[in-house]
Structures are given as C-alpha cells and as structure tokens.
Ligand binder design. Structure first.
Ligand code: SAH
Ligand code: SF4
Length: 383
C-alpha cells in the first residue's frame, strides 16, 4: 500500500525523498504543499519537479481519516468523529477563541490508564494511533476550518494544539513525537512550543524523554493532593507516585526555565474538593510535602459527569472556595469554562466508539450475580 506522507515529520519526509533520489529541498517543498496549503493531489503541486510529481502517485499518498460526523455547538465549538478502522473512532474538538482557536487532539483509541472520572478511560484501551492518524486530525481541521471560516490566503485557523483528546499521549510516545515536530515546524504549522501542550496523567519516564526530545508545554493531570486519593482516581499513580511525578515536573522546567507546568484538577463533589485538600495541594506544589517546589498554574476543571462514573460535579461555591485557597497562597488558578457541552465535546466526554479489547468496562461493572435457584429450576422444568 502507498505510504501515507502524514506519517512523517520533515526529517522523515527528507529520508523518504532521499530514498527516491530526491534532494532535501524537494522534501521541504512537498512538506509545505501538504501542511501549509492542505494539498493532497501531487499533480497540483505546481512547483514540484515534474519527475517527482510523476513518481509519487502509487508510492505515496496524503490520506486523511474518514469523517464519521461533524457537530457544531451553539458556542462555535466543533467536534469531529473520525473512523480509525476496526470498529474504532476517535474525536477531535475545535474550540474557537476571540481570533483563531485551539484544537484538542486524540492520541489513542481508548486509554489504558482508566481514571475513574473519565469516559475514555471507562472504555478501556483499543490501540495507539499512528503518527499519520494524529497529524491527520490537525491537517484536516486546519484546512476544513480555513474554508468554513472563510479565512484569507495565508491566515490560519488553529494557533494552539492541546493533546487532551482521547488517550494518554505519553503512552504512545513513538508516534507522538514526529506529530509534535510537524506541529512546530515552520514549513508546516509553525506553532510555538508554548502553544503545543502535551497533557499527561503522569508517565514519569516519558516526561523526561519529552524534555530531551521536544520540550513543548506540559500539563499534568493531578486531581488529588495525596497518593492515597490519587491511587484511586488515577491508577497510574501506583506506579509513579506524587514525589516522582513532581520531581519529573521540576526537571522538565530546567529545560524551559521561563515556563511553568499546568496542573489540571478535576473537581469531584465530596471527593477531592474540600478546603483542607486545597491546603494539601498548596503544600505539595510549594515543596513542603517531600517534593521540590514546582513553578505552576492550577487549572480547575468542573467534572463533566457521565452516568457510569457514579461521581458528580462539585457545586460552584465549592470550586470558588477551593480556588481561593490556592490564589491566597499565591498560585495562579483558573477555572476552566465548559465549552461544547451541548455536543458532548467538553473535557472527559470524548468517548468515540472503541472496541474495548481490555474489557475494562466489563471488569468495572461486573458484580457478583445471584441466580434465584427456584426461578432457574422452574425455567428449566418448563423447557
Ligand atoms: N490522558 C491525558 C490527556 C487526555 S484527558 C490526561 O489524562 O492528562 C484531558 C484532561 O481532561 C485531563 O486533565 C483529564 O483528567 C480531564 N478529564 C477527563 N475526564 C474528565 C471529566 N469527566 N470531566 C472533566 N475533566 C476530565
Ligand atoms: Fe486516560 Fe487521561 Fe482519561 Fe485518565 S484522564 S483515562 S489518562 S484519557
């Protein structure tokens, strides 16, 4: 099958072109056509050498993901559902801001971490997306939006990418890295590294790898100030407890000294939203609970409920009071606005359609079943 050129960052495309006997500048031209112009038809890449234009079809293609649906929210948020084959679908969300906007991108079909408050996690894990499948979400959304928003030539629609869709990006690191490089590349989307955010539930060794390979903005999903509670909410904490996670965050910032980590904290009624828990959180990030201080901002996310979770959203006053404790301690704290609620596009609501090959949902909901002996016997007798 023809290779999908969305699989490559510029280095990869240059290597592919070298294999065809083509110089690097041809790869740059091709890369710009694909990502800056959104062109998928080689015959229309007019300044590409005719020899290369003729060589490419059959060997290569620019293959987008089939779109299953597109939903536009009353507030302008757009959600796409993409078919990634094998009965799996992933979601991508565009969140418009005053000018331009943010794209929320998925990295896996399902997720193996299984956080208690997350509907993606509740589905279990199906598979990693390839680089092409990650990049295709941005490629499609950017060029679709340019048409939809009727942008002028050269104007772009997306100036922020957050890896906050379905999946744990740092458990799909090999595929993620070239996709990040394409987002940052001036010959492609040219996003600044502060405007590309990887959000992680805390895969400590991969935070270190990201620091070395491609230090973009980092968001860490904290959700609890103590290991006991975090073990329960984010099961990965049992493997990488808070002191290791905070240590990795501190080390990450050494590579990017003017930066900060964004800690995400999902507000769950009666679970993690008490004022004492806010105090414990202050001690944790200020370095008085056995871990070093970390330059950070706190982003409180009102929980988006889904029935199977058995959890509810903290009341507004409780979120405000929690935020105040943090702010009084000098921590910059924001409460996330819920966008795209009417189309289930808000944080944690991205469910797609995933073949649960880990049967996580089944394990979570399995209860011992008592068979009423008499009824069963009667049934048997009647047959
Ligand atoms: N796996 C990564 C990125 C995807 S989730 C991570 O966990 O960081 C993106 C953000 O949405 C995370 O902070 C996650 O904790 C949060 N989230 C998940 N389910 C949610 C829900 N039901 N309500 C609010 N936020 C949720
Ligand atoms: Fe996976 Fe993130 Fe959901 Fe946890 S919150 S289950 S890590 S997608």
């Amino acid at each position: 099958m023809a290779v999908n050129l969305l699989e490559y960052d510029l280095g990869g495309l240059a290597a592919f072109c070298a294999g065809l006997g083509e110089k690097r500048f041809r790869a740059v031209q091709l890369f710009r056509w694909i990502h800056q112009k959104g062109e998928a038809d080689f015959s229309r890449m007019t300044d590409l050498a005719r020899s290369l234009r003729e060589k490419l079809p059959g060997l290569a293609e620019v293959r987008a993901l089939p779109v299953i649906s597109e939903h536009v929210s009353a507030d302008g948020t757009i959600k796409w559902l993409f078919d990634v084959g094998g009965g799996n679908a992933v979601e991508t969300v565009f969140i418009p801001e005053v000018d331009r906007g943010t794209l929320c991108v998925s990295s896996q079909a399902g997720c193996a971490v299984g956080c208690r408050f997350c509907s993606t996690g509740a589905q279990g894990f199906s598979r990693n997306l390839s680089t092409a499948e990650i990049t295709a979400q941005l490629w499609f959304a950017e060029h679709r939006l340019r048409q939809h928003l009727q942008l002028a030539e050269g104007e772009r629609a997306i100036d922020n990418v957050v890896m906050m869709g379905m999946g744990e990006p740092l458990q799909n690191y090999t595929a993620l890295l070239p996709a990040l490089r394409t987002m940052l590349d001036d010959h492609a989307y040219g996003l600044s590294r502060r405007r590309v955010t990887v959000s992680t539930s805390g895969v400590v060794p991969m935070i270190e790898r990201l620091r070395q390979d491609c230090p973009v903005a980092l968001a860490v999903s904290l959700h609890a100030p103590t290991d006991a509670l975090r073990d329960d909410l984010v099961p990965l904490n049992r493997k990488y407890p808070l002191h290791e996670l905070l240590g990795a965050c501190g080390a990450y910032l050494e590579r990017a000294p003017r930066d900060f980590i964004t800690f995400e904290y999902c507000m769950l009624d009666g679970v993690n939203d008490a004022p004492e828990q806010a105090q414990a959180l202050v001690r944790l990030v200020k370095g008085r609970a056995g871990a070093p201080a970390v330059a950070c901002k706190l982003n409180l996310i009102p929980f988006n409920p889904f029935p199977a979770s058995g959890l509810t959203r903290s009341p507004r006053e409780r979120i405000v009071a929690f935020a105040k404790v943090l702010q009084d301690a000098g921590i910059v704290t924001t409460v996330r606005k819920t966008r795209g609620d009417d189309i289930d596009a808000a944080c944690g609501q991205l469910a797609g359609e995933v073949q649960d090959r880990t049967r996580l949902n089944e394990r979570l909901t399995r209860r011992p079943v008592r068979i009423p002996v008499r009824a069963a016997a009667a049934d048997g007798a009647g047959r």
